[in-house]
Design a protein around this ligand. Structure first.
Ligand code: NAD
Ligand code: UDP
Length: 349
């Protein structure tokens, strides 16, 4: 009997941190991903490494999600070749909170207008399935912990606003046609890397986020870590977050697609986290123990806009998608360290 053809997917932002790891899981699950990326923050080397890890030749289009004509061509050509795109996994976007405060229009333009352009092209091509990279940032100031999906949506910066707006657009988009399916995955704090040491996070310039900063101190690229606040009402005074292994997150996308393909339609927003909070000092100490590297640090005042603590209630993901994080904080540290120590300059090596 001939094998069923692999379902074709458009993966926007596939050359980025989360997208590149997700490509591996998608390929292993039998999908045929077509990557669309403008390489503003992604790496062609990451895609080459995905190819060597999977043994699968990727189709890559260098382009922008705001380019309506390009999107129409991509959807049209795949249809003409008999392997139409059946769904979109939409990672492409800008993601730095501080930058979004300084340049909000860039964020609304790329994240909101770009997604509208993408959805219009999907409508033209009658593609009804999208999995969208949302964020726990949509919740804003916590009223209670853990965050459930029922927590009010009240983002406190333009980046979070763009994610909340796109979620609303997708909700409305689904309501107008029963066949449409949108799953918004609200990521908590993705860290770590592929266990091969070949793929990982490669931030440009000084990292904004805690984990890549720690790994860059460990590898000698930075002298010490500044810890923003040691007077929070938390276990040790430092901020608490729900760190999740990037490969667990990647698997979450495969599960979301399986769910979308098995339902008749509709909108869902789902937390992807472990359900466990970890403080800055706990992460630092775990990383030190795993890597054998001492991480010098200094306490600094709180970072403006930071909350004391947040973690996910991941029960919807388990009930709806059959997904649960399986990798530990030690796995995240070991895999993140393997990546950083073997690639001290990211993909530039
Ligand atoms: P990333 O910057 O590594 O990846 C984003 C990719 O999108 C990059 O390869 C970039 O070149 C591409 N891109 C940006 N603008 C584009 C455009 N206009 N057209 C085409 N491609 C474009 O980021 P990431 O960490 O992999 O995040 C992926 C998604 O997940 C983003 O939407 C981000 O907002 C969301 N998210 C990330 C985190 C996190 O902590 N990393 C947390 C929550 C949500
Ligand atoms: N953090 C820190 N030093 C840094 C970067 C982050 O102490 O250089 C703290 C930050 O205050 C927060 C936690 O680490 O408590 C996670 O921050 P990150 O920026 O990684 O994620 P987010 O704040 O977006 O959840």
């Amino acid at each position: 009997m001939p094998l069923a053809p692999s379902p074709t997917l458009l993966v926007t932002g596939g050359a980025g941190y989360i997208g590149s790891h997700t490509l591996i899981e998608l390929i292993q699950a039998g999908y045929r991903p077509i990557v669309l990326d403008n390489f503003s923050n992604g790496s062609a080397h990451a895609l080459k490494r995905v190819e060597s890890l999977t043994g699968h030749a990727l189709e890559v289009i260098e382009g922008d999600i705001r380019d309506a004509a390009l999107l129409d061509t991509v959807f049209h050509q795949t249809k003409a070749h008999g392997a139409p795109i059946q769904g979109v996994v939409h990672f492409a976007g800008l993601k730095a909170v501080g930058e979004s405060v300084a340049a909000p229009l860039d964020y609304y333009q790329t994240n909101v207008a770009g997604t509208l352009t993408l959805l219009q092209a999907m409508d033209q091509a009658q593609v009804h399935t999208i999995v969208f990279s949302s964020s726990a940032t949509v919740y804003g100031i916590p009223r209670e912990q853990p965050y459930t999906e029922m927590h009010p949506i009240a983002p406190i910066n333009p980046y979070g606003q763009t994610k909340a707006m796109v979620e609303q657009v997708l909700r409305d988009w689904c309501a107008t046609l029963p066949a449409r399916r949108a799953i918004c995955l609200r990521y908590f704090n993705p860290i770590g890397a592929h266990p091969s040491g070949m793929l990982g996070e490669a931030p440009q310039g000084i990292p904004n986020n805690l984990f890549p900063f720690i790994t860059q101190v460990a590898v000698g690229k930075r002298s010490h870590l500044n810890i923003f606040g040691n007077d929070y009402p938390t276990v040790d005074g430092t901020g608490v977050r729900d760190y999740i292994h990037v490969l667990d997150l990647a698997v979450g996308h495969v599960k979301a697609l399986e769910h979308a393909r098995g339902t008749t339609g509709g909108f869902a927003a789902v937390n992807l986290g472990t359900g466990r909070g970890t403080s800055v000092l706990e992460l630092l100490n775990t990383f030190s123990a795993i890597s054998g590297r001492k991480i010098p640090y200094e306490f600094q005042p709180r970072r403006p806009g930071d909350i004391a603590e947040c973690w996910a209630d991941p029960s919807t993901a388990e009930a709806l998608l059959g997904w649960k994080a399986t990798r530990t904080l030690e796995d995240m540290c070991a895999d993140g360290w393997r990546w950083q120590s073997r690639n001290p300059n990211g993909y530039e090596d």
